[in-house]
Write a protein that binds this ligand. Structure first.
Ligand code: 5AD
Ligand code: FES
Length: 350
């Protein structure tokens, strides 16, 4: 089977074998990417129309107990200037987002023990109270089942936790020994079983990633069926052990987005900030390759430059209102528009 036939098979059967994935990742050419992007775009237009969901991210703390080797806010980075937003500041950012038309707020932070499950539950309750028509998404890293359950009970709707790589040995090379791939995967299963709309995801081109790793990721997506998939290129951060590794391939990231869309037609798939960082048209081309979500920053301007997971992150000098307007224009330029509803995952007719 040639690559076009493999992509057609994926579209029909919604899965490929491990060997087929590996072969596809090892041999794809620009024509294959184009074919995948065209197929993926048709699928997202029939599932979602030319409407793009927006999620406002509030990056409320860059303090982290973890030491992931790729990440700029890892605890070993002594040069990161650390901050925490208060509950009031978080709520203010959401209020500002609400007036800009956001109906999903993503609360993201490092794994910061200061925000206990009780404190976070209170914050979630106050946001849901102020904006009952909005969805709250959490992205707080690994926790225990009981914590996820409490946050769900407080009103959280969705949770983002990238698995980073479905290949256990590869996971071990990206993370310190005290972190466990099994626990990461358990968290994802817990979240799904608690009824969260659950997001997994990876960095494309992370150090030591091979075609086999990407094949495992696709097999994992096929089996776990996340509601959301976050995929962006790895980008080195100058104060991490991975500072001298090259950034992940822009083209391969777009290809991965298309393959995810073809395999899981209804998945919520962002064109990520990292994709927009490696290419000025990254978010537009991400949408044209099958993405249907954009997640601009809603954090207060004063802290934006401090939430640097990787170098040169875009939009760190722009007000939320500027980004909102900028995205509107960018989507218009490719014939899409921004949707103003919550954009929950649901079964759609294909
Ligand atoms: N490059 C790209 N993405 C990164 N992330 C963390 N560090 C980097 C980096 N250097 C991603 C991880 C994490 C998400 C919040 O950001 O996949 O799950
Ligand atoms: Fe932030 Fe364009 S989206 S400036």
């Amino acid at each position: 089977m040639n690559n076009t036939e493999l992509i057609e098979k994926l579209n029909k059967e919604k899965s490929l074998d491990r060997d087929e994935w590996v072969r596809l990742f090892e041999t794809f050419i620009p024509e294959d990417r184009k074919f995948a992007a065209d197929t993926a775009r048709d699928i997202s237009v029939s599932a979602f129309g030319r409407e793009i969901y927006i999620r406002g991210i509030v990056e409320f703390s860059n303090i982290c107990r973890n030491d992931c080797l790729y990440c700029g806010i890892r605890r070993s980075n002594r040069n990161a200037s650390r901050y925490r937003l208060t509950a009031e500041e978080i709520l203010q950012s959401c209020d500002e987002g609400y007036s800009l038309g956001f109906r999903t707020f993503v609360l993201q932070s490092g794994e910061d023990g200061y925000y206990t499950t009780e404190k976070m539950s209170e914050i979630v309750r106050s946001i849901k109270n102020a904006h009952p028509d909005c969805a709250v998404t959490l992205s707080l890293g690994e926790m225990e089942y009981s914590d996820y359950a409490a946050l769900k009970a407080a009103g959280a709707d969705r949770y983002l936790l990238r698995h980073e790589t479905a290949h256990k040995e590869h996971y071990g090379r990206l993370h310190p020994a005290e972190m466990s791939w099994e626990h990461r995967m358990k968290c994802l299963r817990d979240l799904k079983s608690l009824g969260y709309q659950t997001g997994a995801g990876i960095m494309v081109g992370s150090p030591y990633q091979t075609a086999e790793c990407l094949a495992e990721d696709m097999l994992f997506f096929a089996e776990f069926k996340p509601h959301m998939i976050g995929i962006g290129p790895f980008i080195p951060h100058k104060e991490t052990p991975f500072k001298d590794f090259p950034a992940g391939s822009y083209e391969l990231t777009l290809f991965m987005l298309s393959l995810c869309r073809i395999m899981l037609p209804e998945v919520l798939l962002p064109a990520t900030t990292a994709l927009g960082t490696v290419n000025p048209r990254g978010r537009e081309e991400g949408v044209l390759a099958g993405a249907n979500v954009i997640m601009p920053n809603l954090s207060p301007l004063a802290v934006r430059k401090k939430y640097m997971l990787y170098d040169n992150k875009i939009c760190t000098g722009d007000e939320s209102a500027q980004c909102r307007h900028c995205l509107e224009e960018r989507m218009k330029s490719i014939g899409y528009e921004i949707a103003t509803d919550r954009g929950d995952w649901r079964k759609r007719s294909e």
